[in-house]
Each structure stands twice: as structure tokens, then as C-alpha cells.
Design a protein around this ligand. Structure first.
Ligand SMILES: [Zn+2]
Length: 156
């Protein structure tokens, strides 16, 4: 499985439709900038995560996905979500990596699975990678317990 990261101006515009402080040029610039830094810092780990998810779940990537998942970097007020894989840019790049793993994890569960299962899987991935994400994992667990129930089980 390959991940194809991109910034799409139309998509960013649509997500920010109701935001008054939205400035397309500024937002795209920041989205591009953080997206690039994120990839230059974590490309190796992302490749490992893509291989670890099927190993830990003992499942294959679903065939319907083909061999590539498009990941959209966005900057907007809402959350990241699993489908289409929409990853909000954040100052905490490691938190972005945790959220990316969480959203990818949804693909391994029928009906996208429960948030607890997905977070447990995410935690296992980072234990294998030997990356300390205690703070970030604790944070996504609180996200899931509060806002997500009100919106959708697939939001983060
Ligand atoms: Zn989720």
C-alpha cells in the first residue's frame, strides 16, 4: 500500500466555506509548509506504519482500496477523518502521525470499528516503532470520548 499526500485547493476551500477568517492563499501556504515538514520528518515511519498495520491486525489492506490511498492535508476548524483520508495540519507533527495512523487503522475494521479499538491499535503501532506517544495517545482518547460521539465515530 502506498500513500499519496496532497494539498487540493478546492477541497480546502470547501471545508472552510463557513469560516470567516479563511484566507485561501495563507491557508494553502501553511498547509503546504507543514505538510512538507511532516513528510520530510516522518516518511520513514509512515512506510513502517503502512506495513505494521496489516501485521498487527493480521488482516490485509482491503482490496477495494487498490494499492494507493490519497491523503489530503487540510487546515480548517474541523477534525481529521478517515474517508476520504483528511489530515489536519498541526504544530505537533507527532500528533499528526498518530492521527494518520488512527485514520488508516479504521480501514482494518468492518464498519470502521470502535474508537477504542482503533486507538488501541494505534498505541500498538507506536509501541512497535518504539516512539513515545503517550501524550498524543492520551489526547486522542479524550477527543474520542467527547466530541466524536456527537459528530461521527470516524472523526478525529
Ligand atoms: Zn476514529
Amino acid at each position: 500500500m502506498k500513500l499519496k499526500f496532497m494539498v487540493v485547493d478546492v477541497y480546502n476551500t470547501i471545508l472552510n466555506k463557513s469560516s470567516i477568517e479563511y484566507n485561501l492563499e495563507e491557508y494553502l501556504e501553511e498547509t503546504n509548509k507543514i505538510g512538507k515538514i511532516f513528510l520530510s520528518k516522518y516518511s520513514k515511519e509512515i512506510n513502517k506504519i503502512v506495513k505494521l498495520l496489516p501485521k498487527i491486525t493480521r488482516k490485509r489492506w482491503p482490496k477495494c482500496l487498490g494499492n494507493e490511498i490519497e491523503v489530503y492535508f487540510v487546515k480548517y476548524k474541523g477534525p481529521s477523518f478517515a474517508y476520504p483520508l483528511t489530515l489536519k495540519v498541526r504544530g505537533d507533527l507527532l500528533f499528526m502521525l498518530v492521527i494518520l495512523t488512527h485514520e488508516l487503522g479504521h480501514r482494518f475494521f468492518d464498519g470502521y470499528g470502535s474508537e477504542k479499538d482503533i486507538n488501541d491499535l494505534t498505541e500498538k503501532v507506536f509501541e512497535k516503532l518504539k516512539i513515545n506517544t503517550k501524550k498524543q495517545i492520551a489526547l486522542i482518547r479524550t477527543f474520542n470520548n467527547s466530541t466524536n460521539k456527537l459528530i461521527s465515530p470516524n472523526f478525529l
